[in-house]
Design a protein around this ligand. Structure first.
Ligand SMILES: Cc1cc2nc3c(=O)[nH]c(=O)nc-3n(C[C@H](O)[C@H](O)[C@H](O)COP(=O)(O)OP(=O)(O)OC[C@H]3O[C@@H](n4cnc5c(N)ncnc54)[C@H](O)[C@@H]3O)c2cc1C
Length: 337
């Protein structure tokens, strides 16, 4: 076995919520064949495998049994494309934000609005990361996979990934069945700024290069979101709920200020942060956790708390929003183990 398996590995510093966690075993394969090797070992020994990226969208329990695998293949490269497009290959362990800034710095358009989203490339397609009017699915050409059960490799085209709002096939049919090993993105050197979201257009002009757009996105995000290095959090803790048009209409009658966004499929997206705020919960602290005082969608960990306490706190928020608006909020970060 060329990959080291560490017993009793502390993951408390490896998740942005800062939850205390010890993995029974841990491995960080740096090549696809090493990843296949550790998966085969886990299968042989009957260890449950848990995949870990940057730990920015995970709720970790105090003890994580089995084997935690953090794919750490970290190469990326640009392949000359046909015509106006450029293909970018990025392995699972590449830091997402670092890649975005490097590509924007090379004058390539497509991922600049997704700057400063924490985590690694391997996890990015799972919830189809999105921000400032852009979703990853718009620039993905294909996703390379390793199947956990038999070590087989396969490639899914973007259409087959079935991307939706914070959703993809990797959260459904392929949940816990594959490891993502590489992304292939399709970018372009032809300017195509997407400045229609938030106040981006006030910060950068239409003629700005992609790096200036990415830097503007970083500036807005730093103003609004707590830095996990300072205050534990997993970004948005709840998804923005999608409701039927009749329910949205009823709610708009009762609450004329309700922010709402009509979706192509007829449903209406509501702002979960606004709903939480209206329940008087913005800035509320209970025990070791709280609702962030500038962004009610973000739950923060002040230290010393546990996954159980966090989930119970989240449940109370869900109940309050349900009682007031009849809308059920859904958690965004995934539960490990
Ligand atoms: C401050 C902050 C801001 C954020 N802002 C945004 C935002 O604007 N938009 C957005 O969409 N998200 C946002 N997020 C959420 C998060 O950054 C993304 O979901 C990110 O893609 C998670 O990457 P990760 O490497 O940290 O994954 P992890 O949290 O480590 O894992 C997430 C899930 O992916 C699985 N996984 C990890 N790697 C692999 C792999 N190689 N193969 C298969 N499964 C794998 C894990 O098992 C887990 O289920 C934010 C989070 C934080 C803390």
């Amino acid at each position: 076995m060329s990959v080291e398996i560490h017993a009793g590995h502390d993951l408390s510093g490896a998740n942005t919520l800062g939850l205390p966690c010890v993995a029974e075993r841990f491995a960080a394969p740096r090549r696809v064949d090493e990843l296949r090797e550790v998966l085969a070992l886990a299968g042989h020994r009957g260890w449950r495998s848990t995949l870990l990226g940057g730990g920015s969208n995970l709720i970790l329990p105090e003890h994580l049994p089995g084997l935690v695998i953090q794919p750490s293949m970290d190469r990326w490269w640009i392949e000359a494309g046909v015509g106006d497009t450029v293909r970018v290959h990025a392995e699972a362990g590449v830091d997402w934000h670092g890649l975005v800034m490097a590509l924007a710095g090379r004058g390539l358009w497509g991922t600049e609005n997704l700057a400063l989203i924490p985590g690694r490339c391997g996890a990015a397609p799972i919830q189809n990361i999105g921000a400032y009017g852009v979703e990853l699915g718009e620039v993905i050409e294909s996703v390379h996979l390793l199947h956990l059960d038999d070590g087989r490799e396969s490639v899914l085209g973007a259409d087959e990934c079935d991307f939706g709002y914070r959703d993809s096939i990797f959260k459904r049919e392929l949940a816990d069945r594959v490891a993502i090993t590489r992304l292939v993105l399709r970018l372009t050197p032809t300017p195509r700024p997407r400045l229609g979201y938030g106040d981006l257009a006030n910060r950068v002009g239409e003629a700005a290069p992609p790096l200036a757009v990415a830097e503007a996105v970083c500036a807005v995000r730093r103003e609004k979101l707590p830095d996990p290095a300072v205050l534990g959090n997993a970004g948005s803790f709840f998804k923005n709920p999608l409701v039927a048009p009749e329910q949205a209409e009823r709610l708009m009658d009762e609450h004329p200020m309700l922010p709402h966004f009509f979706q192509p499929d007829g449903r209406v997206k509501l702002a979960a942060g606004w709903l939480i705020d209206q329940c008087g919960l913005k800035g509320r602290r209970e025990g070791h956790f709280g609702v962030h005082d500038r962004q009610a969608l973000v739950l923060v960990h002040f230290g010393g708390g546990s996954a159980e306490e966090l989930l119970a706190f989240a449940e109370r928020i869900i109940e309050r929003v349900q009682a007031r608006f009849g809308v059920t909020l859904e958690r965004e970060p995934r539960l490990a183990g």
